[in-house]
Design a protein around this ligand. Structure first.
Ligand SMILES: [Zn+2]
Length: 295
């Protein structure tokens, strides 16, 4: 019976919540990550400064209050080709014992496309939902390293992608973390972008730190997930770059082949039906294993 199954699911979820350190660690659920993604998409197009992204921000902060972390909102004004726009990064911080930190980042804004019905399920619903599931897992699974989960605002360019149009949130945070000394504690930064594609193929970004890229790819191989971690190489400019440029050990995990000839990217084809829970599961499993190796 469906209702009974639903009740069992709720009870199971309840037992995960009650989990104490030392018990079996909570597992990353691709199904749950996809559900969080669907929730983000339900707010509609979410460009920086919009009413919809405001509602998503409220939802994110409310959700994170359940996840036993310290939540910080990092507001700033971005100077865009469309004038000044108020943006905010959202940061969830989990304490550790090593004095070192790992940051998992991803953007949550969608590209400003007033003429298109662009809901951005993969770009950037997937990174939004992935990070929310990571927050849920980390609440029940303490890490020796501190962990920062960061929802970055303003990744998308308003006009043409350049050094000054796009990556607004990551440029702001890299500068702030450089000034307050946080960057010096970051052992590794993993940025995720467009990781929900049901035909998941993560390319090797040659801009990323080679050591960290090797660690991710060898971990995926050990887990039998190499088919999703391609040998194709490309140079990707994404939210990891402002941190890399400041000397942070950083990697970008991106599937930049979304639909035939990347035709779903930045179009009204970027909808939930193009995603799969399995893809989130693959990335979540690999990222958590890499985090364990970094301890
Ligand atoms: Zn995009």
């Amino acid at each position: 019976m469906q209702s009974q199954n639903a009740l069992i699911a709720i009870l199971l979820a309840g037992s995960l919540w009650a989990q104490k350190p030392g018990q079996a660690p909570a597992a990353f659920s691709g199904v749950s990550a996809l559900a969080f993604t669907a929730k983000a998409v339900s707010f509609g197009p979410r460009p920086p400064g919009s009413e919809a992204i405001g509602k998503l921000q409220e939802y994110l902060v409310g959700q994170l209050k359940l996840d036993r972390c310290e939540v910080t909102v990092d507001p700033f004004t971005a100077h865009t080709p469309r004038g000044p726009i108020r943006m905010q990064n959202i940061i969830a911080h989990y304490k550790g014992s090593t004095g070192r930190a790992v940051a998992i980042t991803g953007h949550y804004d969608t590209k400003w496309m007033p003429a298109a019905k662009f809901v951005g399920a993969n770009d950037a619903g997937s990174s939004t939902g992935f990070l929310l599931e990571m927050a849920r897992v980390l609440a029940a699974r303490p890490s020796k390293n501190e962990v920062y989960l960061v929802w970055l605002d303003g990744e998308e360019a308003f006009e043409r992608w350049s050094e000054s149009d796009g990556t607004y949130g990551s440029r702001h945070l890299a500068a702030r973390w450089s000034a307050d000394g946080t960057l010096g504690r970051i052992k590794a930064l993993i940025n995720v972008d467009m990781i929900g594609d049901r035909d998941l193929g993560i390319l090797q970004d040659v801009n990323s730190s080679q050591a960290l890229r090797s660690l991710v790819w060898s971990t995926a191989a050990e887990l039998g997930l190499s088919r999703h971690f391609l040998s194709d190489k490309s140079a990707i400019d994404d939210d990891h770059m402002p941190f890399l440029l400041k000397g942070v050990n950083a990697v970008d995990l991106i599937d930049f082949d979304y639909g035939p000839g990347n035709s779903y990217w930045h179009t009204d084809q970027d909808t939930l039906d193009k995603l799969s829970a399995d893809s989130f599961q693959v990335v979540g499993t690999v990222v958590l294993e890499v985090m364990k190796k970094l301890e």
